[in-house]
Design a protein around this ligand. Structure first.
Ligand code: NAP
Length: 294
């Protein structure tokens, strides 16, 4: 399947490389063109001038852009040139409603759309071990399997359009609670004077462990939070979760408290750090005698 990639960010660049390793990548387009020309120089794939040029040349198109409006803007451009029978696979994290809207726009051009958000971080994207949760037509999912298998290890079809995104929203609520718990626990461990690396090694095998503890507690121990999953992006995801829960009349405390803390981090200029920087707020609980509200 001749595959084009759109959105060579922290995730997308790795995912495109894995498509190239699987012999599937025809080329890429990126809003900032230098990333696509760099990938082309590295892999020998094409660097397209526009989403339309990519759409006209590819059977499958993978998107990994930022937010709902970005997906809808790219899909609108694809619709100007896409060939009937093509398949669009969106790996961005957006709302289930946006997925259904994009699917409707592409169906009008005789094309399938799968919402395929991913989990596993930049490391999962690099190592092709992502968990990929898919919504959309079952036959389209069958056609997309080779493309998805090149980027992820766990690839599951959950149901119709929007079900992939609803599953991802479920995951993002869990991540919010876990990153808060890991941040609090690590700030507590430091306040007790514990040897943090050995604590991580030991508890990483315990019942309270998680991907975030194993992979992000070391960032907290070093108080260095290089961009992995940016605070701004998780804030965007939790906004989606808040809106989806509100449709059922629910307000979720984990979502609300995490959003409040992310607002504080962003106001302090940490919006592009990894979400483990929530540790900055948690450690203040011990610095100021419990005055902080983190
Ligand atoms: P990122 O590093 O900020 O990259 C975003 C990419 O989207 C860039 O290539 C950007 O182009 C492009 N883009 C944004 N708006 C666009 C628009 N309107 N038109 C065209 N291109 C646009 O983000 P990321 O970390 O790769 O995340 C991408 C998606 O995956 C997000 O939805 C995120 O929530 C999700 N995700 C991220 C992680 C993670 O750990 N990072 C994990 C799971 C899922 P430019 O290069 O021009 O800026």
């Amino acid at each position: 399947m001749k595959t084009g990639f759109i959105g060579l960010g922290a995730m997308g660049m790795h995912m495109a490389r894995n498509l190239q390793k699987a012999g599937l990548l025809a080329g890429a387009w990126n809003r900032t063109p230098s990333k696509a020309t760099a990938l082309a120089a590295e892999t020998g794939c094409r660097s397209y001038d526009s989403p339309a040029a990519l759409a006209a040349d590819c059977d499958a198109i993978v998107l990994c852009v930022s937010a709902d409006t970005d997906v809808l803007a790219v899909v609108a451009e694809l619709c100007t040139a896409i060939r009937a029978g093509s398949l669009v696979i969106d790996c961005s994290t957006v709302s289930a409603g946006t997925a259904r809207h994009a699917a409707g726009s592409l169906a009008a051009h005789g094309c399938a759309f799968l919402d395929c958000p991913v989990s596993g971080g930049v490391e999962g994207a690099r190592d092709a071990t992502l968990a990929i949760m898919c919504g959309g037509d079952a036959a389209a999912f069958g056609s997309a399997r080779p493309v998805l298998a090149a980027m992820g290890r766990t690839v599951v079809h959950l149901g119709p359009s929007g079900f992939g995104q609803a599953t991802k929203a479920t995951n993002q609520i869990m991540c919010a609670g876990i990153i808060q718990a890991v941040g609090e626990a690590m700030a507590f461990a430091r306040s007790e004077g514990l040897p943090l690396d050995r604590v991580i090694e030991t508890l990483g095998k315990g019942a309270g462990s998680s991907w975030y503890f194993v992979n992000r507690a070391p960032f907290m121990a070093r108080e260095h939070f290089p961009a992995g999953f940016r605070v701004r992006l998780h804030q965007k995801d939790l906004g989606i979760c808040r809106d989806m829960a509100a449709r059922h009349g629910a307000t979720l405390p984990v979502v609300e408290s995490t959003l409040a803390q992310y607002a504080e981090l962003i106001a302090e200029g940490h919006g592009d750090e990894d979400i483990s920087s929530i540790y900055r707020l948690k450690s203040r609980l011990f610095d100021d005698g419990g005055e902080s509200e983190a």
